[in-house]
Write a protein that binds this ligand. Structure first.
Ligand SMILES: O=C(O)CCC(=O)C(=O)O
Ligand SMILES: [Fe+2]
Length: 384
């Protein structure tokens, strides 16, 4: 693949088109700026000359405390982060730009700011319908613990090191202003880039890596455009200008099996890492789960709970007969009732795999409610 597909016109591009051509096919695409035209942030966050509107951002969000990474410092395969009031970060950014994009503090990049969670009443953007079947945010909203909706803001030259996204989820990312350069690697291509210890690189543009297999897909994303990054595609991203972007990670029936495969690979890595304690620790299996949760954000029992909550919400909609409740509120299910069936089928398929998994069976699943086999029985009943 040498070029990314472009999607131009919201009036002729349906949810079904996206579902089949890109989401189920796990292929990237780039949506034109028409798709973000109606968002308030495209006007209020941006000045007439397409720069961040600092006056507005400070007025509304100045006191917010935001995570800021230092792009000039490598810490494992990432950058160290600190928390700063947005006001202070904006002062830094203005001085950095006035000083020719140099500072003794390095190049600082505001990233992974949960803006929507901190300011739920600010009408900044709407999730495009194509990305609305989102079990990840639906689950974390339901338990009220976390979310995967972020704002990024950084000066020209700020960048994100090589990585694949949390749980190998999909991501979409929209530029409110500015431009980004993306380097995208289809799943598996990262294997050519490992060093002799099996570690993935921090920076794929390093000279020593220039013979690491086929070149990546390069994408230039302009202001207003929205990129779809499929599951398990590694990527590295540069801000070519002062840039603000909004992004979500999400999982649904099309990539939940990728998430489940990822968790198994991660657990095996943890088991390998602490295998020497296997014989001497009586709760070694449980301990592996604790480490898995701290590395990835979820363990096997919570993965079951995730499937359960998504299943129960859909069963309730089907039982109560008001299919349309998913067409309102924050989780729009554009394609209607057949999507509920699709979701429940995928949850049942994943549950079967989970219940067959030896590491899951080794856990004290008796404490789960309902028991996995009872949830599966109910799912199969509803699906008939
Ligand atoms: O914009 C960036 O710097 C990184 C964004 C990213 O990695 C993503 O949206 O998955
Ligand atoms: Fe990413």
């Amino acid at each position: 693949m040498s070029r990314i597909d472009r999607v131009e016109d919201p009036d002729t591009f349906s949810y079904d088109d996206f579902f089949h051509k890109y989401m189920a096919a796990n292929a990237p695409c780039l949506f034109s700026d028409e798709f973000s035209q109606t968002w308030n942030s495209r006007r209020s966050w941006v000045t007439a000359d397409n720069k961040p509107n600092w006056a507005h951002l400070l007025r509304v969000f100045g006191d917010a405390v935001v995570p800021v990474a230092n792009c000039d410092v490598k810490e494992y395969n990432s950058n160290p982060k600190e928390l700063l009031p947005l006001r202070e970060y904006v002062t830094y950014w203005r001085e950095y730009a006035e000083n020719g994009y140099r500072s003794t503090r390095g190049c600082l990049y505001l990233k992974d700011w949960h803006m929507r969670r901190a300011f739920p009443d600010e009408d900044v953007y709407e999730t495009p319908v194509y990305f609305s079947s989102d079990w990840l945010n639906e689950y974390w909203d339901a338990i009220g613990v976390d979310d995967y909706r972020f704002v990024y803001m950084g000066p020209a030259g700020s960048w994100t090191p090589f990585h694949a996204d949390v749980f190998r989820s999909y991501s979409w990312s929209a530029n409110i202003c500015g431009r980004k350069r993306w380097l995208l690697f289809p799943p598996g291509q990262e294997e050519h880039l490992r060093d002799c210890s099996g570690r993935l690189p921090y920076d794929v543009t390093a000279p020593s890596l220039q013979n690491g297999g086929p070149p990546p897909l390069q994408v230039i994303q302009e202001a207003g455009e929205i990129i779809f990054v499929p599951s398990g595609w590694h990527h590295q991203v540069y801000n070519l200008e002062d840039t603000i972007s909004i992004n979500h990670n999400w999982v649904n029936g099309c990539n939940v099996s990728v998430m489940w495969s990822f968790l198994q690979v991660e657990l095996h890595a943890v088991q390998h890492e602490i295998s020497e304690w296997k014989e001497t620790m009586d709760d070694w299996e449980q301990h592996c789960q604790v480490v898995l949760k701290s590395c990835t954000g979820i363990d096997y029992k919570e993965f079951f709970t995730f499937l359960k909550i998504i299943a129960e919400r859909r069963i309730k909609v089907l039982r109560d007969g008001h299919e349309n409740s998913f067409l309102q509120g924050p989780h729009v299910m554009a394609p209607g009732p057949q999507h509920l069936q699709f979701d429940l089928r995928k949850i049942a398929d994943t549950l079967i795999l989970l219940m067959d998994n030896l590491d899951f069976r080794n856990l004290d699943t008796e404490t789960l409610h309902p028991r996995p086999k009872d949830l599966l029985t109910e799912l199969e009943k509803v699906l008939q």
